[in-house]
Design a protein around this ligand. Structure first.
Ligand code: ADE
Ligand code: ZN
Length: 339
């Protein structure tokens, strides 16, 4: 079996995907018409051509603009459903997705409209596609602490639909310590915590997110290699890193996929996982990310499967569900002659 076929059928788990980042240009146009929102582009092709980024900020500027077409509960449903259909194609069996409430609250859209649409699609995803899921809300780190606290308060009536809180947007200039109090409060409400750290920012952001925000996973974290003490700590604690290879190349965290350190991190024994981040903007979904690794870096099928095992370990589901997913991966490895 060639490696591409192995990847296609490997059961996969996604832990780092911003639902607003799965808005494909075609849907952006459809929703702009449906909701009478004007776009600074004339066609989906023109939108795609604009997706050349110099860094994280140049992407975020376009990404927040795109999210303006999302208004009604059905828009959030349609967006999430389209992503779940792509998960099915890529044999993603479980996904834990991010959303950015502040991007929508700022435009006068109700928290319940956003969560309602996403959650209805996730429920259908379980029923009709057999894909399990969790939902994580992210605080935008370029906004202030007060806004994060307000968002936390607005989330509380929907707590049963949200497993945790995260931290995303511009890492440079907005370190984890800015959100220590709101993360403390989130933990008190029973939310799990994760944070983007060590994507564009230094390794010290990872250390501070671990110590001050009590996170259960690090989103990206690829710059941990700049601190060998931290790397050893991550190995020993099995602290998961949700790495996004295509995103990192698109946003110039690495010059090329050949330079990416994901396989090096895996070989060191870190709990690294593969994720798509903002698949509509960065050139692909889960299988595209796995294929990009396989094409540019020397990696065995066993190592590719290890990314899936790591993601099960890092997921926010109970032990019974973890065992079921691990069994699915192991059965696949036996069936394909890898073990
Ligand atoms: N929001 C969406 N994608 C992001 C990324 N890669 N880093 C920070 N914030 C984001
Ligand atoms: Zn991200």
């Amino acid at each position: 079996m060639d490696q591409q076929s192995f990847i296609q059928n490997l059961p996969k788990i996604e832990l780092h995907m911003h639902i607003e980042g799965s808005l494909e240009p075609e849907m952006m146009f459809e929703l702009s018409k449906r909701n009478n929102i004007s776009l600074p582009f004339h066609s989906p092709e023109e939108v795609r051509k604009a997706y050349e980024f110099d860094d994280l900020q140049s992407f975020l500027d376009i990404y927040y603009q795109g999210a303006n077409v999302l208004i009604h509960e059905k828009d959030f449903y349609d967006l999430t459903w389209a992503y779940l259909l792509r998960c099915k194609q890529d044999n993603v069996i479980h996904t834990e997705i991010f959303f950015d409430p502040q991007t929508h609250l700022e435009r006068g859209i109700d928290f319940g409209v956003v969560v309602g649409g996403i959650d209805r699609a996730l429920t259908d995803g379980k029923k009709k596609l057999g894909i399990s899921s969790q939902l994580i809300m992210c605080f935008l780190r370029h906004l202030d602490e007060e806004s994060a606290f307000e968002t936390l308060a607005q989330s509380l009536p929907y707590k049963d639909k949200i497993i945790g809180v995260g931290l995303d947007s511009s890492e440079l200039g907005h370190p984890p310590e800015k959100f220590q109090r709101v993360f403390d409060e989130s933990l008190k409400h029973g939310y799990k915590t994760v944070a983007h750290a060590g994507e564009e920012g230094p390794a010290s952001n990872i250390t501070n997110a671990l110590v001050l925000l009590n996170i259960s996973r690090i989103d990206h974290g690829v710059r941990c290699v700049e601190d060998s003490v931290l790397v050893n700590q991550l190995i020993e604690s099995r602290m998961p890193l949700t790495v996004c290879p295509l995103s990192n190349v698109k946003l110039k965290v690495f010059e090329s996929m050949e330079q990416h350190n994901i396989v090096e991190l895996l070989k060191k024994g870190l709990c690294v996982t593969v994720n798509s981040d903002d698949p509509a903007y960065f050139g692909g979904y889960m299988n595209d990310n796995f294929n990009a690794i396989a094409r540019s870096l020397y990696v065995t099928n066993e190592q590719l499967a290890q990314f899936s095992f790591n993601a099960v370990e890092a997921s926010f589901v109970d032990d019974i569900h973890k065992t079921e997913m691990k069994t699915q991966i192991t059965d696949y490895l036996v069936q394909s002659g890898v073990i």
